[in-house]
Design a binder for this molecule. Structure first.
Ligand SMILES: Nc1ncnc2c1ncn2[C@@H]1O[C@H](COP(=O)(O)OP(=O)(O)O)[C@@H](O)[C@H]1O
Ligand SMILES: CC(=O)N[C@@H](CCC(=O)OP(=O)(O)O)C(=O)O
Length: 291
């Protein structure tokens, strides 16, 4: 055998070995339900986005029932800037007047959602994009008059999501909710939690643009590896969180309270962080568990 052929064979043997090593994990994953929230902050780079989509496809092939819930906060900010509409947040939630609501819908439902569907469908006929208004999946009501059309989820109707999953597709959910008087802007972290609760998900994963939760965001050595439910509540009550971490950690705590056994915050901009988290014992990012 020529030297080059031998090298190729050895490389292929390495890949086969890797697949065999993954077998016990594949067995463990099959039939489980994961809700994956893909944050707008982690979607900026198309190549990294392609890797996230490939990981999701891999999990699907392993028999995981995946619900993909996406954000798009940065893209909404960019659109509002183009429209010359001011961007305003309170405790991590976008103050949403009627004009802002139109932009949110246009960006989340019309653009980000369809981009993800398109990317997933590169791997086959795999994805179906919906907004929370489809099939009345996310029934919403106003949170607080100061926030305008920001919605709180009153109820998640899982019928449409389950139908899509049962038919072998990945539901891709844009977090626009429906109320009696029109559409509501729902924070994607909050929506992912409520969907995970309603689906009785085995795992809720937040993909963002940082390695996980930092005890002190100005100290890169303060990444938190694991927190229990009680510790998560203590952190929330300490008032030390800010920005997008407030709705995220509040959602983590609510998911744990509702019985989701594991929540993870991962860096979606790190290549294949999803697979690394699932196929290594140590995992990566910050893991939140029951007490
Ligand atoms: N303690 C903290 N640990 C990690 N990130 C933090 C912390 N406090 C604030 N952040 C900010 O939270 C951001 C992630 O939340 P967000 O911008 O809402 O992202 P996403 O679009 O993924 O939901 C990080 O980019 C970081 O700037
Ligand atoms: C009420 C509220 O804040 N809604 C969010 C919805 C999108 C989102 O949550 O996107 P990320 O996950 O990328 O932050 C917003 O308007 O930005």
């Amino acid at each position: 055998m020529k030297k080059r052929d031998r090298m190729e064979r050895d490389r292929a043997a390495g890949k086969a070995e890797l697949l065999c090593e993954a077998l016990p994990w594949i067995n463990k994953m099959s039939g489980k339900t994961f809700v994956i929230k893909y944050g707008g902050s982690a979607m900026e780079d198309p190549e990294l986005c392609r890797q996230v989509v490939a990981d999701i496809e891999m999990l699907k092939l392993m028999g995981v029932r995946i619900v993909l819930v996406h954000g798009g906060g940065k893209a909404i900010n960019a659109m509002l800037k183009r429209l010359d509409v001011p961007v305003k947040f309170k405790d991590g939630l976008r103050v949403t007047d009627d004009e802002t609501m139109e932009a949110v819908q246009e960006v989340l439902v019309g653009h980000v959602n369809q981009q993800l569907v398109w990317a997933l469908n590169e791997y086959g006929h795999n994805a179906v994009g919906i907004s929370g208004a489809d099939g009345k999946t996310l029934k919403a009501e106003p949170v607080n008059p100061d926030l305008g059309r920001v919605g709180r989820i009153r109820e998640v109707d899982t019928n449409l999501i389950n139908t899509i999953l049962d038919d072998g597709y990945i539901p891709v959910v844009a977090t626009v909710g429906c109320g009696p008087d029109g559409f509501y802007n729902i924070n994607a972290d909050v929506a992912a939690d409520k969907i995970a609760e309603a689906m009785g998900a085995d795992k809720l994963i937040y993909l963002t643009d940082v390695d996980g939760l930092f005890r002190d965001f100005s100290d890169e050595n303060s990444l938190v590896a694991q927190l229990t439910r009680t510790e998560t509540h203590e952190l929330l009550e300490s008032g030390t969180l800010d920005g997008g971490m407030i709705p995220k950690i509040r959602s983590v705590a609510e998911a744990l309270d509702a019985g989701v056994s594991e929540v993870v915050i991962l860096n979606g901009t790190y290549p294949h962080s999803l697979l690394l988290e699932i196929f290594t014992d140590a995992g990566c990012g910050t893991m939140f568990t029951q007490d």
